[in-house]
Design a protein around this ligand. Structure first.
Ligand code: ZN
Length: 225
């Protein structure tokens, strides 16, 4: 009953392929899925998003690595690597407007045959996930799972458009002349702005200082890539 469904070469059906065979023969595959094919991801996309059906590209690669067995012999065990790139529109939790979140996921999995085997598997590497493979493996399911896991805990703009505008019109106008004097060091100017506001209004929470902090936090994240 060796069913070799007649698919030759690099072609795989991402919804149903033999992932063990894929790994053992070191195959590679690539493709694209749309958010509309991923119902749980689509749930995250607000109705007023500019594009509700963005695209993710994926690459998958199978391989084997020798592992020591209980009986002392080595056997080649199946592995799968997955890379995902793309973006989806989700709702900013700060201003409630949709924004485009990019996704860049790299994941590696050790394939096992059963749930029981997955639970027993000794995990000494955090970067490696253990998943149950199948001869009718649904890679699109795995892709959706990885995208959901990659969603930010609190999705938000790096700088919300509305908040940013009010900040600029409130603070920059007042200090335009000061900034001209001290010229080349912008961050020094910003510090003195928030410092002055802190002193003037010590008892109350300072909205500008809070926004500055948010701006800096967002900026750090955004500068990574
Ligand atoms: Zn926002």
């Amino acid at each position: 009953m060796s069913q070799h469904s007649g698919k030759a070469g690099g072609l795989v059906d991402p919804h149903a392929f033999d992932v063990f065979e894929f790994a053992r023969s070191g195959r590679q595959a690539a493709g694209a899925v749309r958010v509309s094919q991923l119902p749980r991801m689509l749930n995250e996309v607000p109705a007023d998003a500019p594009d509700r059906d963005t695209l993710f590209t994926w690459q998958a690669e199978g391989s084997t690595q020798p592992e020591l067995q209980d009986d002392g012999t080595e056997a080649a065990q199946p592995y799968l690597r997955l890379a995902l790139h793309g973006s989806a529109w989700i709702e900013c939790q700060r201003c409630l407007a949709p924004y485009e979140q990019s996704f860049d996921v790299e994941a590696a999995y050790r394939l096992v045959a059963t749930e029981a085997e997955a639970e027993e598997f000794p995990l000494d590497e955090d970067e490696l996930d253990v998943i149950v493979g199948s001869r009718q493996f649904d890679l699109v399911d795995l892709i959706e799972e990885e995208l959901l896991l990659s969603l930010p805990l609190v999705p938000k703009h790096e700088v919300c458009p509305q908040v940013h505008e009010s900040l600029v019109s409130g603070a920059a106008g007042e200090h335009a002349s000061d900034a001209g004097d001290s010229g080349d060091d912008e961050s020094e100017g910003e510090d003195s702005v928030s410092g002055a506001l802190d002193e003037g209004d010590a008892g109350k929470p300072n909205p500008f200082a809070a926004l500055e902090a948010l701006k800096r936090g967002g900026g750090e994240g955004g500068n990574k890539h």
